[in-house]
Structure formats: structure tokens, C-alpha cells
Design a protein around this ligand. Structure first.
Ligand code: MG
Length: 189
């Protein structure tokens, strides 16, 4: 069964600095018209930075839309002309002050396909070196060095609620055995 919905026209509800909000009129497979409201997002990269086999770097920051401080892996929106890996190298340095000797792609996912076209690219960083951090002027965050197993526990206790952070941590919690068996060199300082 054909499920594709075809674009007819767009109303730009809001043009923002970081994201836009669109209302598109679409042609449905049954020949009728409908509207699709969604957030237009440039895409983002995030990274789980490993200090060693047991310790990771999280950032704590206040998230205005949910009115809470969160523990998250470092992340940021992709700038124009930037590749996902260039973005995450820049964001890791800006947000935490760390540069990485080795960065691996983990996976990409769509956090909210119902109302946003955002794609998030997850990376893992190894061989970290502390340099100076340089956050955006409206960004206040602190580095939180966490034990990996404690961070997994924090998911189950509801203390880590950020989606990209949960996905990255659970990915490595599942992949952990393979990684330590097949690629010990990842953990070299
Ligand atoms: Mg950020």
C-alpha cells in the first residue's frame, strides 16, 4: 500500500533562530488533503565521551522547556556546511573542554518523527585530552564525571531522562562485552 504523503504548500508559522515551525498542506494516499505541523530542525550530533573503561563525561544543564536540570551527553546543532563529525568535535570541545583522539560513529536516530524532521547522530569519544572549554554565551553547563554503571542506574531511577543520553548509554551497556573483547585499544588513555 502506497503511504507517501505529497507536499502541496507550506505556511511558515514561525521562523526561529535555531528552528522553524511549519504547517504543510499535503495530499494523502486516499486523494484527500490534510495538514502536517512540524518543527524544522537542522540536525544535531551528540557524543558519549569515555575517560576510561568505567568513567564517562556528562554535562548538567538547565532545560527551560521542561523546567529541570538534566544530565546529558554533550550535544549541539549542526552548523551550516558542517558534517556531523565536525559538529561533534566542536561541541565536545566547547561544552566540556575535551578533545578526543578517537571518535566513532554509533548510530543515527529520529527522536520525534511525528512532529520534527530532526536527525540526531550519536558518536563515542575515546583518548580524551582536557583543554579549555568555550560554551556559547547563553549556555551554562558543568561537567559531571560519572561512573558508567552509576549512569545506567540513574536511567532506571529516573534521574537521567534525556532521550539521546539514554539511547547512547543503553547502547554501550548492551555492546560493552563485545567492545572490551574485540577492541581493547579503545580504552588506552
Ligand atoms: Mg548543547
Amino acid at each position: 500500500m502506497e503511504m507517501k504523503e505529497n507536499f502541496i504548500k507550506r505556511i511558515i508559522e514561525h521562523k526561529g533562530k535555531a528552528v522553524n515551525f511549519y504547517c504543510d498542506e499535503v495530499l494523502l494516499p486516499n486523494g484527500r488533503n490534510s495538514t502536517r505541523e512540524y518543527l524544522d530542525h537542522p540536525g544535531a550530533s551528540c557524543v558519549l565521551p569515555f575517560l576510561d573503561e568505567n568513567r564517562i563525561v556528562l554535562v548538567k544543564q538547565y532545560r527551560y522547556p521542561i523546567g529541570k536540570e538534566t544530565f546529558e551527553i554533550p550535544a549541539g546543532k549542526i552548523d551550516k556546511g558542517e558534517t556531523p563529525i565536525e559538529c561533534i568535535k566542536r561541541e565536545l570541545k566547547e561544552e566540556t573542554g575535551y578533545s578526543a583522539g578517537k571518535i566513532d560513529k554509533v548510530l543515527s536516530f529520529s527522536p520525534t518523527p511525528a512532529f520534527s524532521n530532526e536527525i540526531l547522530h550519536i558518536f563515542a569519544a575515546f583518548d580524551l585530552k582536557q583543554e579549555t572549554k568555550n560554551p556559547d554565551e547563553d549556555e551554562f553547563l558543568s561537567n559531571e564525571i560519572a561512573d558508567f554503571k552509576t549512569a545506567i542506574q540513574m536511567i532506571y531511577e529516573g534521574q537521567i531522562i534525556d532521550a539521546k543520553t539514554i539511547i547512547a548509554l543503553l547502547y554501550f551497556n548492551t555492546a560493552e562485552k563485545n567492545i572490551s573483547k574485540n577492541d581493547q585499544s579503545r580504552w588506552r588513555a
